[in-house]
Design a protein around this ligand. Structure first.
Ligand code: SF4
Ligand code: SF4
Length: 99
C-alpha cells in the first residue's frame, strides 16, 4: 500500500501548468512592515559594529568616518529592535514610525 506522504508528490507531478507563473522574484520591501524605527544617538556610539553583525536583515553599515556613523537602510529595516537590544552602549532606541 502507498505511503500517505507519497500521495501529494505523485499528484503534483501529474499537474500541468495552466496559467502564468512567476519567473522573476524580487525582495519584498520589508521597510513597510515597520511600526517603530531605530534612532541612533551618534554621540554615544563607539562604532563597535555589534548592531551591524546582529541585524537580521543586514541593513546596518558602520561608517566610522561619517558624523552619522551608523547608516541604516530604511527601505528594508523592519523595526525588529534587535539592534537596540544588542548595543552595549544603549545608544539605539525605537521610536514610533511616522509615515
Ligand atoms: S530594527 Fe531590526 S532590521 Fe532594523 S536595523 Fe535594527 S536590527 Fe536591523
Ligand atoms: S552596537 Fe551601538 S555602539 Fe556599537 S556600533 Fe552599533 S550603535 Fe554603535
Amino acid at each position: 500500500m502507498e505511503k500517505q506522504q507519497e500521495q501529494p508528490m505523485k499528484m503534483l507531478k501529474k499537474r500541468n501548468v495552466l496559467g502564468p507563473v512567476a519567473t522573476d522574484f524580487t525582495a519584498a520591501n520589508t521597510g513597510n512592515w515597520r511600526i517603530e524605527r531605530p534612532e541612533v544617538d551618534y554621540s554615544r556610539c563607539s562604532k563597535c559594529r555589534t548592531c551591524e553583525r546582529y541585524c537580521p536583515t543586514n541593513v546596518i553599515e558602520i561608517r566610522p568616518d561619517d558624523q552619522e556613523c551608523v547608516y541604516i537602510n530604511f527601505d528594508y529595516c523592519k523595526g525588529c529592535g534587535i539592534c537596540t537590544n544588542v548595543c552595549p552602549r544603549q545608544c539605539i532606541q525605537l521610536i514610533p514610525e511616522v509615515r
